[in-house]
Design a protein around this ligand. Structure first.
Ligand SMILES: *[C@@H]1O[C@H](CO)[C@@H](O)[C@H](O)[C@H]1NC(C)=O
Ligand SMILES: *[C@@H]1O[C@H](CO)[C@@H](O)[C@H](O)[C@H]1NC(C)=O
Ligand SMILES: *[C@@H]1O[C@H](CO)[C@@H](O)[C@H](O)[C@H]1NC(C)=O
Ligand SMILES: *[C@@H]1O[C@H](CO)[C@@H](O)[C@H](O)[C@H]1NC(C)=O
Ligand SMILES: *[C@@H]1O[C@H](CO)[C@@H](O)[C@H](O)[C@H]1NC(C)=O
Ligand SMILES: *[C@@H]1O[C@H](CO)[C@@H](O)[C@H](O)[C@H]1NC(C)=O
Ligand SMILES: *[C@@H]1O[C@H](CO)[C@@H](O)[C@H](O)[C@H]1NC(C)=O
Ligand SMILES: *[C@@H]1O[C@H](CO)[C@@H](O)[C@H](O)[C@H]1NC(C)=O
Ligand SMILES: *[C@@H]1O[C@H](CO)[C@@H](O)[C@H](O)[C@H]1NC(C)=O
Ligand SMILES: *[C@@H]1O[C@H](CO)[C@@H](O)[C@H](O)[C@H]1NC(C)=O
Ligand SMILES: *[C@@H]1O[C@H](CO)[C@@H](O)[C@H](O)[C@H]1NC(C)=O
Ligand SMILES: *[C@@H]1O[C@H](CO)[C@@H](O)[C@H](O)[C@H]1NC(C)=O
Length: 768
């Protein structure tokens, strides 16, 4: 019934778009058997899968594409996420995607992908719904940014790509999500659903997935072709090139057609243009129809929609083909053979089984967590903390939640914007499955005992200003916020912001928490603020307060969170995280056109101008810009940067390579190298993140400056390190909507060596 009504509704409202989409591309182009894509390292997987498909009956093929076992093929086990094996016991909960991206460490995220992959493998899971590349973060208020690698397509693609390589190295099939233009949670399943559906602690009735009943359709995203390619499709190029064997189509609609039955996005772009060789599978509730989704490019779906009475009938009346059915089956097996899972694979174990796959990963997760933290302010070297006698800590976020550690994480509209307790993870399908959780309260207590300082606490975000207490021998012992701050060498306020899958954010600040910081700072001349957030969190309510001497800013850091805080606050780790989103001075400084929308259609009219590209274009001064972060040491950049370019290659306007895995092959050719130096001018070892931004010629119609290179480099005191940024043809290309190809514009390119998106240190030019 549901299926029939949604087909008729779709037919009534969107018939024109579906016809247009079908007419605009010949879907046989994206079948692997068409030869459109040069398979390279995936060829032998294709050969094995094709041989197996020959042995199957139609019924067996239908079984495989709906998640069953048939013939020689055993159904793949699939599970979320890039944080941990979802709901499993005895696994490592890693820093969430936002935190991992804040490390800007490509080796680090590769190794995380590999370690996490080994945990999936150890549990017998074949395919992981990871990485989460998008939502990119078009909207500052988007609820799911805590999980992803940020709004810059270049950074997002590089971090996501390295994660994919790491997971593939562990022999697990990485599957990237969400494809595509899924930039807000509100109305992703239609207006009455409240989003949700994936949250809840392990074992609760809320941990099962639900499909919402909707009264209106999921929102419809519309982005022009240039924006679509340059901002949203770009990171998927990296993911495909790096080895994803799966892609999850999203719940929203695109140009009026569901993402999971959109032949333009799935067939034409993902499979034919990017050369994706794997399986497209739907997000929960993302599939709505039978023939449409199969013809559009979805390869794995529900038996509710795909059965002999739908696809089988299609085969007999010509609306569906055996060639496409075979293609679907083959795609279901591509990753399995590509990653040699046929050779041997650990047996599947249930979520609660006592199979400990952690190895040394918690220690590595702690190191990456500490490395992700961005130091935003540090007046008179207030940090790291040393020789303290009296320390006070403040805020709900300093100590555990009342229940834990796998606290209720179904985030729906209306959920509080902060967490009452230590926030270490995001909500929804990337939620933590924590075997334990370290908190600031615990590590400070341990340190007070070992280091011999006095520790006081106020574990609440509400300020109590009435002083009442017992008079003792010359002192007043109170239990008010102010009293706890009195006579402290240092006061540390812990703040968080909370959101996740299924719910967007209603505010980027919080009055209770900001009032807490100001009240403490009014009474404590050395106030440090530690923030954990799931997206941009403003600081202007107190950042200029003379007594706020230090600010640490981070994403959700997983099970080793408290220890990671300790590492940075007390100086065992020199902070080297850099922001991956802009922190504005005022909420109104973010593009109002990207506010969470209740409209049926969401127009991406801002084009490529999201996050720092928007602030640059409209000349809005941020509080802390994209790419910003301090260190306990200092760095200086060489003023000479040099560029070696393959001008002959760059004179050729269009990419001409054959389509292979990751698109036209020449898009990946290195066309220029930029070399620069960085010197540690302080007296302790630290890691820096030199960044390369490029200004394109006007003809390319690009944002003012765009990230096109970055390196994370550890530098000893007084040492100088050379960094080389390698530019691929695609890094200097724009999408030519007329030619429908990536093109290199003629004119002058300026390359900036920078410490952040607003801190240019040196530049050089190249004219084509
Ligand atoms: C697509 O093109 C192929 C050959 O290029 C042709 O055999 C097939 O009939 C076409 N299919 C559609 C649906 O137009
Ligand atoms: C199916 O499995 C059997 C037993 O392992 C093997 O001999 C046969 O070659 C397999 N067939 C295909 C098509 O993979
Ligand atoms: C990056 O991560 C690796 C671990 O994969 C680590 O060994 C290295 O020190 C990190 N690099 C920097 C500069 O912090
Ligand atoms: C499931 O979630 C709903 C809505 O958030 C809540 O009312 C209910 O108590 C939850 N049930 C369990 C078992 O956690
Ligand atoms: C969506 O429609 C716009 C025109 O409104 C077009 O530029 C764009 O290419 C279309 N995108 C897709 C994915 O079909
Ligand atoms: C599947 O459907 C076709 C066409 O309707 C029919 O000929 C065939 O017998 C069906 N097969 C099974 C196994 O039900
Ligand atoms: C800061 O406060 C501490 C503790 O109350 C006090 O000892 C110190 O002198 C103050 N420092 C300044 C610069 O006011
Ligand atoms: C800074 O803290 C001290 C207490 O150490 C307090 O006397 C002073 O008023 C505070 N400054 C401001 C601007 O609140
Ligand atoms: C919170 O952020 C701090 C640094 O700002 C970091 O040390 C800590 O591990 C983070 N904690 C959580 C719970 O994410
Ligand atoms: C909703 O649509 C209206 C009319 O097109 C537009 O004025 C408004 O800005 C849109 N709202 C959002 C949040 O995009
Ligand atoms: C860039 O550096 C790589 C690696 O050193 C080298 O192979 C390549 O030739 C260089 N390309 C150019 C254009 O200088
Ligand atoms: C390192 O530099 C800081 C500030 O520049 C200074 O306070 C400190 O004494 C120096 N430490 C050593 C060991 O030289």
């Amino acid at each position: 019934m549901a299926r029939l009504s949604s087909i008729s509704l779709l037919g009534l409202l969107y018939y024109g778009n579906i016809v247009a989409a079908t007419a605009s591309s010949n879907y046989t182009d994206y079948l692997l058997s068409s030869g459109t894509v040069k398979l390279g390292e995936w060829q032998s997987a294709y050969d094995k899968a094709s041989a197996l498909v020959e042995t199957l009956t139609t019924e067996e093929k239908l079984t495989i594409i709906t998640g069953g076992s048939a013939g020689n093929f055993t159904a793949l086990e699939m599970l979320d996420s890039s944080t941990n094996p979802y709901t499993y016991y005895y696994v490592t909960t890693w820093p969430a995607g936002l935190a991992m991206a804040m490390t800007w460490n490509q080796t680090g995220i590769h190794d995380q992908g590999q370690a996490l992959g080994s945990e999936f493998r150890g549990k017998g899971i074949n395919l992981a719904y990871a990485p989460t590349l998008q939502p990119l973060g078009r909207s500052a208020w988007g609820g799911r940014q805590g999980e992803t690698y940020g709004p810059d397509s270049y950074l997002n693609g590089h971090m996501g790509g390295q994660f994919v390589k790491g997971m593939a190295d562990a022999g697990v099939i990485p599957s990237a999500k969400h494809f595509i233009l899924n930039e807000q949670e509100t109305n992703r399943q239609g207006s009455t659903s409240g989003g949700g559906g994936m949250g809840g602690p392990p074992g609760s009735s809320n941990s099962s997935t639900t499909t919402a009943t909707t009264s209106t359709l999921p929102y419809n995203s519309v982005a022009d072709d240039k924006t679509f390619h340059e901002t949203y499709l770009a990171p998927f190029y990296d993911a495909v090139k790096s080895g994803i064997g799966g892609a999850m189509c999203s719940m929203n609609r695109i140009n009026g057609t569901y993402a999971c039955e959109n032949q333009v996005t799935l067939g034409k772009y993902l499979k034919a243009e990017l050369g994706f060789p794997g399986i497209v599978h739907p997000d929960v509730g993302g599939q709505h129809n039978g023939i449409e989704s199969a013809n559009a490019g979805e390869d794995f779906g529900s038996s509710m929609y795909w059965s002999n009475s739908t696809l089988g009938v299609g085969l007999t009346n010509g609306s569906f083909t055996e060639a496409r059915l075979n293609d679907m089956v083959i795609r279901n097996m591509m990753g399995f053979y590509r990653y040699s899972q046929d050779a041997s694979y650990p047996a599947y174990v249930s979520p609660t089984a006592d199979v400990d796959v952690r190895g040394d990963h918690p220690a590595v997760a702690r190191a990456r967590g500490a490395e992700s933290i961005a130091l935003l302010k540090n007046t008179n070297n207030a940090l790291p903390l040393k020789s303290k006698r009296s320390v006070s800590i403040f805020g709900y976020h300093a100590a555990p939640r009342y229940l834990g550690p796998n606290t209720a994480l179904s985030v729906n509209t209306g959920t509080a914007s902060t967490m009452i307790g230590h926030m270490t993870q995001v909500g929804g399908s990337a939620m933590g499955s924590l075997a334990y959780e370290t908190t600031p309260f615990q590590v400070f207590t341990n340190r007070a005992a070992s280091d011999g300082f006095m520790l006081r606490w106020w574990l609440n975000d509400s300020v109590v200003t009435t002083t009442s207490g017992m008079s003792g021998a010359g002192t007043v012992l109170t239990e008010t916020t102010i009293g706890v701050a009195d006579n402290s060498d240092v006061c540390i306020c812990f703040l968080n912001a909370w959101s996740g899958e299924g719910g967007d954010r209603s505010e980027l600040t919080n009055a209770d928490q900001d009032n807490l910081v100001n009240t403490v700072a009014d009474n404590c001349n050395n106030t440090i603020v530690v923030i954990n957030t799931t997206g941009p969190r403003l600081v202007d309510q107190w950042i200029s307060h003379e007594n706020v001497t230090g600010v640490l800013y981070a994403g959700p850091l997983g099970m080793e969170s408290g220890n990671a805080i300790d590492d940075v606050l007390f100086g065992a780790v020199n902070p080297s995280g850099r922001l991956i989103h802009t922190i504005a001075k005022n909420e109104s400084d973010y593009d109002p056109g990207t506010a969470i929308s209740e409209n049926e259609t969401i127009d991406f009219t801002e084009g490529n101008y999201i996050d720092y590209k928007y602030f640059d274009k409209y000349n809005i001064t941020p509080r802390y810009e994209f790419g910003y972060g301090l260190s306990y040491t200092s760095f200086a950049y060489g003023t000479n940067i040099s560029i070696q370019a393959d001008t002959a290659a760059l004179q050729q306007e269009y990419a001409t390579g054959q389509i292979a895995i990751g698109g036209k092959e020449d898009l990946w050719n290195i066309v220029a190298n930029v070399t620069a130096t960085v010197t540690n001018t302080g007296n302790i070892t630290g890691a820096d993140v030199p960044q390369l931004y490029v200004t394109f010629p006007d003809a390319a119609d690009q944002p003012i400056r765009q990230l096109r290179g970055f390196q994370k480099v550890s530098v000893a005191p007084s040492a100088t390190e050379t960094v080389t940024f390698t530019l691929r043809r695609r890094d200097l290309s724009y999408w030519d909507v007329v030619a429908q190809n990536w093109a290199v514009a003629k004119g002058q390119y300026t390359f900036y060596l920078a410490a952040s998106s607003r801190d240019m240190k040196a530049s050089t030019t190249l004219t084509l």
